[in-house]
Design a protein around this ligand. Structure first.
Ligand SMILES: [Zn+2]
Ligand SMILES: [Zn+2]
Length: 187
């Protein structure tokens, strides 16, 4: 009888070299051997100590490109790099600045226009609503006034209609007169 090296159970070995009790413990033993294998140890990434490019503090990192110890120092370094680029590429820097400013102004302009339009609509709607309410109050208990107003509107509408008919008639007469004069001249 033998004792399993994984679970400690006593078992009857089916071959003399057996050290585990069954398939499950064999799998577990293989896993542990893999986990502690020299290949895995070689693959393991060891953090290297380096010096922060901004504050000179030593720090650990597994990334080869890492130059700064913290997000704060990273921002600082980026800021410095941007400033240096601006100094080295004066024209590009100014052009970009102008472009951004123009875009900002355009955006702002569009926003102002939209706001003004919204205000106008709101005002117009408010005025209409006010008029509606005031009309409502004025005529609600006063059918006579309402009828008088309707009649006035009808009168005004028929007057407008007659005037437009007269206009059309005048235009027709004018056109005919022109034609007759033209005919007389050519005869
Ligand atoms: Zn076992
Ligand atoms: Zn730092």
């Amino acid at each position: 009888m033998k004792q399993c090296v994984i679970c400690g159970a006593v078992f009857a070995p089916y071959r003399p070299q057996a050290v585990v009790c069954g398939p499950l413990c064999r799998r577990e033993r293989e896993n542990r051997q893999l986990f502690n294998s020299p290949q895995r140890a070689a693959r393991r990434v060891v953090p290297k100590e380096r010096q922060c490019a901004v504050c000179s503090k030593p720090f650990l990192s597994v990334h080869a490109q890492k130059r700064t110890c913290s997000p704060r120092c990273s921002r600082e370094r980026k800021k410095e790099a941007t400033a240096q680029w601006a100094l080295d590429n004066r024209d590009k820097h100014l052009a970009g600045k102008r472009r951004r400013e123009k875009k900002r102004r355009t955006t702002r302009h569009v926003e102002v226009l939209a706001l003004a339009a919204a205000t106008r609509t709101r005002n117009r709607n408010a005025i209409r609503e006010q008029a509606r309410q005031s009309n409502y109050r004025r005529y609600w208990n006063n059918p006579a006034a309402y009828n008088a107003k309707q009649q006035r509107w009808n009168r005004e509408r028929s007057v407008r209609k007659v005037l437009s008919q007269l206009n059309q008639l005048a235009e027709a007469i004018n056109a005919t007169a022109h034609r007759i004069q033209g005919n007389e001249r050519t005869e």
